[in-house]
Design a protein around this ligand. Structure first.
Ligand code: PLP
Length: 390
């Protein structure tokens, strides 16, 4: 049986040209980029070329790029790098309730370190509201961190509007751009943020390498203590092959915005053929590759397994911790009940998905939903669906 991948927000396959670039770099450029000899200088040149490529993709200068071990480290470097700077008051920071754990749990740690944190709510459409930002932003706020697009719903946040407000208030603004940077065109100057995280494995690069954009003039406390790498912002011998791969992935031609048509075909197909379905989140402000759909009366995990058995990989968005399936904190923040959150699925498209695969997935979703509703106790079935035939 063939298997088809519709889980690109979890991770995306490494593009063949990126893989070649990375293995070439590993084989040929093995010097330590800090060494002054021929081999070190070759590694340094490769690293700096990658930095220029990443900077070009983000519309910033190469000096503003700090390579990290991934999106999680980029997020942590931004949050702690700002909040732990000794010159800062370190008392009050803002984020949203729908952030990825890489940001959310970093803010949890800040709270344990004595920082007061406001977690902004979102509307039922999954967006942070500007009135709320305005209400909670105080003079002297240490940091605000709001993601660009949510990984579960794909909903885009009002980043340029928030940036205009934080600039006026002189508050550092970090944006977790892991689901956008490298995929869709972004420009740091136009976006107006001070810090922006990206992760290689979301856009055709390998896992374990990412970058943080740090606007010129923003001073960061280091998270790692060691050598003077990355202009004292990230100690550790540079991962030249990983960085080179991220740079190569930054210049891939694949047009993620063209996925909107395929995503809409999938979404409309499911909504029209499967009763009791609806889209979670704003459909106007959304990245083009993601669709989060609720299936009334169906356990999301059961659906993931049923679809996997038919050859389609999707995600339920809920996290399995200590054996229990926790409903998604993102969907709960949008006002869904725990049961509604548990009955939601995330479809995320990427390079390689075709019309044929999408049509096959719609068939598989229709068949799986009908099957699961048939075998679930009648009491769990929504009244409107009680006539679904066996
Ligand atoms: N932020 C967001 C929005 C993500 O989706 C992810 C990955 O799933 C991360 C951060 C973490 O990135 P990484 O897996 O590179 O550590």
């Amino acid at each position: 049986m063939q298997h088809f991948y519709f889980d690109h927000n979890a991770t995306s396959p490494v593009a063949p040209e990126v893989l070649r670039d990375m293995t070439d770099a590993m084989a040929e450029v093995y010097g330590n980029a800090s060494s002054i000899h021929f081999f070190g200088q070759a590694a340094k040149r490769r690293l700096e070329a990658a930095r220029r490529a990443a900077a070009a993709r983000l519309g910033c200068t190469d000096r503003e790029i700090v390579f990290t071990s991934g999106g999680t480290e980029a997020d942590n470097l931004a949050v702690f790098g700002i909040a732990r700077k000794p010159t800062r008051a370190n008392r009050y920071a803002i984020t949203s309730a729908i952030e990825h754990p890489a940001v959310l749990n970093a803010f949890g740690q800040l709270e344990r370190e004595g920082v007061e944190v406001t977690y902004l709510p979102v509307g039922s459409d999954g967006r942070v509201q500007m009135e709320d930002v305005r209400r909670v932003l105080r003079h002297g706020t240490t940091l605000i961190s709001i993601m660009h697009a949510n990984n579960e719903t794909g909903v885009l946040q009002p980043i340029t509007e928030i940036a205009a407000m934080t600039r006026g208030a002189n508050v550092p603004f970090h944006c977790d751009g892991v689901q956008v940077g490298g995929r869709l065109p972004v420009n740091m100057r136009e976006l107006g943020v001070d810090l922006y995280s990206i992760s290689g494995h979301k856009f055709g690069g390998p896992k374990g390498v990412g970058a943080l954009y740090v606007r010129k003039g923003i001073d960061l406390a280091a998270l790692m203590h060691g050598g003077h790498h990355e202009r004292d912002r990230r100690a550790g011998t540079e991962n030249v092959a990983g960085a080179s791969a991220l740079g190569r992935a930054s210049s891939l031609e694949f047009d993620w915005s063209a996925l909107g048509e395929l995503r809409d075909r999938l979404e409309n197909g499911i909504l029209s053929r499967v009763p009791g379905t609806r889209v979670n989140g704003n459909t106007e402000f959304r990245v083009p590759n993601t669709s989060n759909i609720r299936f009334e009366g169906i356990e999301g995990e059961a659906m993931v397994i049923a679809l996997d058995l038919r050859g389609y990989a999707v995600s339920s968005g809920s996290a399995c911790s200590s054996g229990a399936v926790e409903p998604s904190h993102v969907l709960l923040a949008m006002g869904l009940s725990a049961e509604e959150a548990r009955s939601s699925l995330r479809f995320s498209l990427g390079p390689g998905n075709t019309v044929e695969q999408v049509d096959g997935l719609i068939d598989a979703v229709e068949a799986s939903a009908a099957h699961l509703r048939r075998i679930s106790p009648a009491v769990l079935r929504p009244a409107a669906l009680s006539d679904v035939k066996a």
